[in-house]
Design a binder for this molecule. Structure first.
Ligand code: PDD
Length: 279
C-alpha cells in the first residue's frame, strides 16, 4: 500500500511531495504540527488533535489555511487513499515560502502538509517488559504547550537517551519533571496518580487527558501537580502516555529500577481500560 503525501490541497505519492528550500518551516522551524494514529482505521481523538493544531497556530500568529471540517476530510481521505490497516497521520502547517527574513512575510500563504504512513506498532516485548528512561535537563523554550516543529532539544534528548540504552528522555526543569521528549509522564505513589499540570511547560497531551479521565473513572486520586525528580525516583510506578506510546511502563530510570522493576498494577489496569475504551 502506498504512503500518501498531501501538499496544499493535493494528494500525491509521498515521495513526490516537495517543499521549496525557502519554506519557513525549513528555514526557521516556523510551523506547528500534529501526529494522529488510527484504531481500526478511524483517526483517534481527531477533534482534540485538530483543536490543538488550531490553538498552536493561533499561538504563533499563523492563519490556518483550512478550517477544522476541511482538515477532518483531508485526514480521512488520506487514510482512505493509503489503505493501510492502521495509519499514522502527520500534519504540518508552516508560515509558507518567502525570502529569508525573521519578520513575518506580508503576503505569503501557509504551507499545509499531510503524510499518511502505515503505523508500525511498538514492539510487543517492550510493552510487556516496560522500558528504561533517562532524565535530562529540560532545555526547551518557555512555550512547550505549542506543538511547534522546533524539536531540536527533543531530538537531542531522545538521542542521548538512546545512547544511554533508554527508550525515552524525561525532562526535568528546576528539579521538577515536565514531560518526555515524545510523551507525557505519569507517576504513581501510594495509589495516587500525579503528573505535571497543564501550562506552558508541557504539551497538553491528548492521550494524557484520556488517561487521566480513565483513572478518575476508576476512583483513582489524580494530582495534576509538579512532581520532583526525587519523587519520580521513589515512585511505585511510572508510565508514559502519548499517541505513539499509548500507555507504556517505565521500569528503569537512569539505570535504577522503578518500584519492583516491572510494569505496575495501576499501569496495567489503565492500559486495559484504555484498550477497552477503543471499542
Ligand atoms: N508527540 N509531549 C510531547 C513533547 C510530545 O511530543 C507528545 C507527542 C506528547 C503526547 O501527546 P499526545 O498524547 O497528544 O500524542 C507529549 C508526538 C507523538 C510526536 O512528536 O511524534
Amino acid at each position: 500500500m502506498p504512503d500518501i503525501g498531501f501538499l496544499n490541497g493535493r494528494f500525491m505519492p509521498l515521495e513526490q511531495a516537495m517543499i521549496p528550500v525557502e519554506d519557513r518551516g525549513f528555514q526557521f522551524g516556523d510551523g506547528v504540527y500534529e501526529v494522529i494514529r488510527t484504531y481500526r482505521g478511524i483517526p483517534y481523538q481527531l477533534e482534540a488533535h485538530l483543536a490543538r493544531l488550531e490553538r498552536s497556530a493561533q499561538a504563533i500568529g499563523l492563519s490556518m489555511p483550512y478550517c477544522v471540517p476541511e482538515w477532518r476530510e483531508f485526514v480521512k481521505e488520506g487514510i482512505r487513499l493509503g489503505g493501510h490497516d492502521e495509519s499514522k497521520v502527520y500534519i504540518q502547517v508552516t508560515r509558507g515560502v518567502a525570502p529569508r527574513d525573521h519578520v513575518f512575510p506580508a503576503a505569503t500563504s501557509p504551507t499545509a502538509v499531510l503524510t499518511v504512513r502505515a503505523l508500525r506498532p511498538l514492539d510487543a516485548a517492550l510493552r510487556a517488559t516496560g522500558v528504561g528512561a533517562a532524565t535530562l535537563e529540560d532545555l526547551r523554550w518557555g512555550r512547550c504547550d505549542i506543538k511547534s516543529v522546533n524539536l531540536l532539544p527533543n531530538v537531542m534528548a531522545r538521542q542521548k537517551a538512546k545512547e544511554a540504552g533508554a527508550f525515552e528522555a524525561v525532562f526535568v526543569r528546576d528539579g521538577k519533571v515536565t514531560e518526555g521528549a515524545v510523551s507525557n509522564v505519569m507517576v504513581v505513589r501510594g495509589g495516587v496518580l500525579a503528573t505535571a499540570p497543564e501550562g506552558e511547560r508541557i504539551l497538553s497531551g491528548v492521550t494524557r487527558s484520556v488517561v487521566l479521565a480513565l483513572a478518575r473513572q476508576e476512583g483513582v486520586t489524580v494530582q495534576e501537580q509538579a512532581v520532583s525528580l526525587e519523587e519520580l525516583r521513589r515512585a511505585d510506578e511510572v508510565f508514559l502516555t502519548g499517541t505513539t506510546v499509548e500507555i507504556l511502563a517505565v521500569v528503569r530510570l537512569d539505570g535504577a529500577p522503578i518500584g519492583t522493576g516491572r510494569p505496575g498494577k495501576l499501569t496495567g489496569l489503565l492500559s486495559a481500560r484504555f484498550q477497552a475504551s477503543l471499542g
